[in-house]
Design a binder for this molecule. Structure first.
Ligand code: NAP
Length: 305
């Protein structure tokens, strides 16, 4: 049973603050060494309200650690070729160290346009197939920030994962699959569940740790969870103007031992992780530039993790 007074809340803010403090130090050192502070380019195609809110959060996080956030606004009517050109322009801009493209794209655009165009060395949200492949094979590439945030949150909250039965609900390339890979690295025994999983409640009830990334408000209820389970709710949904997760918090809280709140759980950690990965990119580009004596970065694959 959860302890009296309810479960432990796995808050993202203190963890994000810890990560940002480290990033701030490396930004200072980088700026001292190279003159310019690192730059993150955020490509926004068209405009919608949730993206605008998210963007403001990222830009604030950048300012907070001394990183330059460059907003690249592209018309919502841009063609696939046009979007590819914008991204390739950022690839060769020596002042840009990392690129993220705000998702979802307008319907007429293909994700493949972004994946084909983005330089994996500036792909700090780990969407490029090269980075996905590095993760799958246990190499150290750029990781999808949300997936890494979900797992960092567990690790930094000292939730032991080795040997544990962990269910990841959701199998998207950006969250579910990479989270499962990262949990494997932590030696968890991982099951990936999805919309075609049979008897989901019994699969979930067996799990000591559950990571939910679906995008359906309240899909997971307390009765589907094992008593004492640890739950990471990655879902972000807007219901009646309020942000809620994929887990029905009210019914889950009486059964679980620890749970992330929504908002305030995975979200803040995700932004901090993006900045960490930006610094990795910036440092790698700087050392490659020094070695080759030119601005265009050329970075070797990083070593096995
Ligand atoms: P997605 O691409 O739509 O994937 C959703 C996954 O959920 C799919 O694998 C789907 O299964 C599965 N699913 C859908 N309905 C289901 C059901 N009834 N039962 C079991 N599984 C079901 O979504 P995503 O991009 O991974 O995002 C997931 C959630 O995370 C969203 O709420 C999103 O807003 C949130 N998110 C949060 C952050 C953050 O920083 N906190 C960042 C990114 C995303 P199939 O594969 O079988 O269709």
């Amino acid at each position: 049973m959860s302890p009296r007074g309810g479960p432990r809340l796995l808050q993202g803010a203190p963890i994000a603050a810890e990560i940002r403090a480290r990033v701030r130090e490396s930004v200072l050192a980088y700026t001292k060494r190279h003159g310019d502070s690192p730059t993150l380019a955020i490509v926004l195609v068209g405009r919608d309200a949730p993206s605008a809110v998210y963007l403001q959060q990222i830009l604030r996080s950048c300012r907070n650690v001394g990183v330059q956030g460059r907003l690249v606004e592209v018309s919502g009517r841009v063609s696939n070729a046009g979007l590819g050109e914008v991204i390739r322009g950022l690839n060769v801009d020596p002042l840009v160290n990392g690129i993220i493209v705000q998702m979802p794209l307008p319907r007429h655009l293909e994700l493949a346009t972004v994946l084909d165009a983005i330089d994996p060395r500036k792909d700090i949200d780990g969407i490029h197939p090269l980075n996905a492949g590095l993760l799958a094979l246990g190499y150290d590439g750029f990781l999808p920030a949300t997936a890494r945030a979900a797992v960092e949150l567990l690790v930094r909250s000292e939730i032991d994962l080795a040997g544990k039965r962990v269910v990841v609900l959701g199998r998207s390339n950006v969250v579910g699959k990479p989270a499962a890979m990262l949990l494997l690295r932590e030696n968890a025994t991982v099951t990936i569940a999805h919309s075609r999983t049979r008897n989901l409640p019994s699969v979930l009830r067996d799990a000591e740790v559950v990571v939910v990334a679906v995008g359906r408000p309240g899909l997971v209820t307390g009765s589907m969870l094992r008593v004492g389970a640890v739950v990471v709710d990655v879902g972000i949904n807007v219901v009646d103007g309020a942000l809620v997760g994929d887990v029905d918090f009210a019914s889950a809280r009486s059964r679980v031992s620890a749970i992330t709140p929504v908002p305030g759980g995975v979200g803040p950690v995700t932004n901090a992780i993006l900045l960490t990965q930006l610094m990795t990119a910036a440092e790698e580009q700087a050392s490659a530039g020094r070695l080759r004596g030119r601005g265009r970065p050329s970075v070797p694959l990083r070593s096995i993790h």
